[in-house]
Ligand binder design. Structure first.
Ligand code: ADP
Length: 458
């Protein structure tokens, strides 16, 4: 019955009560006897209506309370995580949900006859009791994130669980409502990851130590190679100088006249000696740079001085070969750069030497430009040029291209490799442009402020 309907019935009864009050009935001329009967009937009617209304109300209230209790019970029972309530005094289970029964292997009856310490491995019980002791004093409703625990199933299997609980009142007793979330898989996965990580670290440590060993062996080998080359170069260069010196004397006829054939043969010996000496010098240079023994000595130097120094060596060679030589610096004659002058000149001389060596007719030009903190010394020739597919190879050690020259051109195949390394030491690089059949431009580009900077000093 609706509350509104109950109220209207009650109102009708109240109105009737007033209308048929003793005073009204007296006024209407009823006798005292009749009034007494009416009063009795009115009393019975009122008690009956009030009783019925009360009955309906209490019934509804009870039904609602029951339904709500069932809902809460369902929340507890059907929670996918194991849940239970235990008595904070006796530590006995007071209620467990279906998930707890399913996961821990105990029946509900078994659970209700056990204490919470029965689902712990023995070594954890001390910690459990201490934690219960702390909870016992807590206020009702206080949430306790008790963290990670190990629980033991009926089959003896240990599971990692994360516990959330709070103090509650259950069946008139102080209890703790517990929710246990099984995190065993996550923990296993984390441990697996940790093991993997440790394995990886061990592997890296192994590889690092192997690499260090290899590095040490390599350093020792490089040092041995350098020592060998230093010794050998001395051992080789001394007799070579004698060979070149004495064959030159012989070839010049200073030790007595030679016939044509003898002069030609002695000339071959002398040229072979010179070639060998150049080769030894280049190999030594390269190995010194590789071993990091080549110290760079930077200082300010005028671009014009570098140009004229290279010109002094190269112009006569070019002219002797019938080539036009020209050299030009940037507009300001006093422009200075900070660099290792000896090394830079070695590179430019090598590039210009190649240009003269490989160009049969035409010209060789050395030009210098300065822009954006870099100085560019470019040697342009009208030589045979270099095919695109060979442009990388010529910078490798001992790589020489097959030319179509009738007389093979002397060389060691080390000049460009050395120049590229030296350019890097100076903080710069070698650039190359070439058109086969028309000529090439080889340029060394260095920072004007020295190897470690690119500022401009004038
Ligand atoms: P080398 O000149 O002693 O052979 P390099 O390392 O200086 O050694 O040069 C490698 C090769 O690159 C040369 O053998 C030559 O074939 C080619 N080369 C270098 N400079 C030029 C140039 N200016 N024009 C054409 N070919 C060149």
């Amino acid at each position: 019955m609706g509350a509104r309907r109950l109220a209207s019935i009650y109102m009708v009864v109240a109105v009737a009560w007033l209308l048929f009050s003793d005073a009204t009935l007296l006024m209407l001329g009823f006798s005292a006897e009749q009034i007494a009967t009416y009063s009795f009937l009115k009393g019975v009617g009122f008690v009956a209506v009030t009783g019925a209304a009360l009955y309906a109300l209490v019934g509804r209230f009870a039904a609602r309370t029951l339904a709500r209790e069932r809902e809460y019970r369902d929340l507890f029972d059907s929670n996918p995580n194991p849940m239970w309530v235990y008595d904070l005094e006796t530590l006995g289970f007071l209620a467990v949900n279906d998930a707890a029964v399913a996961r821990y292997g105990y029946s509900r009856e078994e659970f209700l006859s056990m204490r919470i310490s029965d689902i712990r491995p023995e070594e954890d019980v001390g910690r459990l009791l201490a934690s219960v002791e702390a909870v016992r004093d807590g206020a009702i409703g206080g949430i306790d994130l008790a963290g990670l625990w190990r629980h033991q199933t009926k089959q003896g299997e240990l599971r990692w669980v994360e516990i959330t609980s709070h103090v509650t009142r259950f069946d008139g007793r102080r209890g703790e409502l517990v929710l246990a979330r099984d995190v065993t898989e996550a923990i296993d996965a984390r441990e697996e990851l940790l093991r993997y990580q440790q394995g990886l670290e061990a592997l890296i440590a192994d590889r690092t130590s192997e690499l260090q060993d290899a590095n040490a062996r390599l350093t020792a080998a490089t040092e041995a190679k350098s020592a060998f080359l230093a010794t050998m170069s001395h051992e080789l260069r001394t007799p070579l100088h004698s060979i070149i010196g004495f064959t030159s004397l012989l070839a010049d006829g200073r030790s007595g006249p030679l016939d044509e054939e003898q002069r030609m043969q002695i000339g071959i010996v002398r040229d072979a000696g010179r070639h060998l000496l150049a080769l030894i010098n280049d190999v030594l240079d390269l190995s010194r740079i590789e071993a990091g023994r080549d110290e760079i000595e930077s200082g300010p130097v005028k671009i014009a001085e570098i140009v004229s120094s290279v010109e002094r060596t190269m112009a006569p060679l070019a002219v002797a070969k019938g080539l036009a030589w020209s050299a030009g610096g940037p507009a300001e004659p006093d422009l200075e750069i900070v660099t290792d002058r000896r090394r830079l000149e070695q590179i430019i001389t090598n590039l210009a030497g190649n240009a003269v060596k490989y160009t049969r007719t035409g010209s060789v030009d050395l030009t210098v430009t300065v822009s954006e903190g870099e100085a560019r010394f470019a040697v342009t020739d009208t030589g045979p040029g270099i095919e695109p597919e060979q442009r990388e190879a010529i910078f490798r050690e001992f790589v020489r291209l097959e030319g179509d020259d009738p007389v093979p051109i002397e060389g060691t195949g080390l000049g460009l490799a050395i120049s590229a390394r030296l350019a890097r030491l100076l903080g710069g690089r070698i650039e190359m442009e070439s058109t086969p059949g028309e000529g090439s431009t080889f340029a060394v580009v260095v920072p004007v402020g020295g190897p470690a900077s690119d500022g401009l000093t004038v």
